[in-house]
Design a binder for this molecule. Structure first.
Ligand SMILES: [Ca+2]
Length: 328
């Protein structure tokens, strides 16, 4: 009986190994695209939508290539540091000179720097079919759960730290929103001399916390707010960035005003924003909103963090696989 059991275990292990091999993904090789360029992006512990600047006609002319850029030919792949394709073509949206696409979540800090390779071609090398996007690609945004649309459980927005701690005054509201179908409604339970709420958009760095990674750069922070019955002496929003280095053991934070609304009791959806540089040694930042008003209700939606300077494709490469054909 025991032998039969062991035999079954072995058979199951062999089946698992074989099925894993046979199910290994074959990545489509972009063999008939004549050119590519690469860019480095920082992946977050959650999926983000990121953007790059891609001026293809300029890249082609800088490299002395004659021909007209084929807008439909763009294909984006994640590649390993050795230059091997590690993903299928990534869906993207083209807006002027910008390419906007999802960057997959990466759990490990050491693997967070990702290389993306963009293949493209000129019309003279044969028109390429346009890419069909399997999904709608939103605006570039580094925050997890942009617009508070995903829920962990009914009424609890996903990836909003400590939402439940403030459940007496925080509510996921599907009646009022700036975009999508939900916002976070914050209500003063009763008038108080001074009232403030802390809404964490991304977690503070620290042991066990999944914080947002940062590169030495400037980030744009913004958020939309709406108010009803607020204290007219002022609603102030502070963004708090904590700049933190695990390696150097440095830990500091800077509190910066995202914006304020003074003299209004009721106000419609209003965008408040601020650009903030990150300390050169910082490995993480976090985005917290402190809202202060003595009374009333405030709705918050669409917090957004983006890089001030968009990473850029700046050097064209010739695709070795077809360079011999001499058709460039
Ligand atoms: Ca929303």
């Amino acid at each position: 009986m025991k032998a039969l059991f062991l035999q079954n275990i072995i058979l199951w292990a062999v089946w698992l190994a074989v099925s894993t091999i046979t199910e290994a993904k074959v990545i489509e090789q972009p063999n008939n695209f004549h050119f590519y360029a690469e860019v480095k992006l920082l992946a977050q512990p959650w999926q983000t939508i990121q953007e790059i600047e891609a001026d293809f006609p300029f890249l082609l002319s800088e490299a002395g290539v004659k021909g007209n850029f084929d807008k439909n030919s763009v294909r984006i792949y994640a590649v390993s540091p050795e230059g091997k394709l590690i993903s299928d073509a990534v869906p993207y949206r083209q807006e002027g000179k910008r390419l906007i696409f999802p960057v997959a979540a990466e759990a490990q800090d050491k693997n967070a720097a990702k290389i993306y390779r963009v293949y493209f071609d000129v019309k003279e090398n044969g028109l390429k079919p346009p890419v069909k996007n399997p999904c709608v690609i939103g605006e570039p945004n580094l925050v997890p759960n942009p617009g508070f649309e995903q829920e962990d459980e009914p009424g609890v927005p996903a990836k909003v730290p400590y939402f439940n701690v403030y459940k007496n005054c925080f509510k996921l509201d599907s009646q009022e929103f700036h975009s999508g179908q939900k916002s976070i409604m914050i209500t003063a339970a009763r008038p108080a001399k001074f009232k403030s709420w802390t809404l964490m958009v991304t977690t503070n760095p620290g042991p066990g916390n999944t914080a947002m990674r940062a590169t030495p750069s400037a980030y744009k922070f913004s958020v939309w707010v709406k108010g009803k019955g607020c204290d007219p002496s002022g609603l102030v929003l502070y963004a708090v960035g904590t700049w933190w280095s695990k390696e150097k053991g440095l830990y500091t934070y800077s509190k910066t005003t995202v914006g304020s609304i003074i003299g209004k009791t009721d106000f419609t959806w209003t965008k408040l924003g601020k650009t903030q540089s990150v300390m050169p040694w910082a490995e993480n930042i976090y985005f917290v909103l402190f809202l202060t008003t003595k009374q009333g209700t405030v709705w918050v939606d669409d917090p957004k963090i983006t890089l001030q300077n968009i990473p850029k494709l700046d050097f064209l490469m010739f695709n070795d696989k077809i360079a011999k054909e001499g058709t460039n």
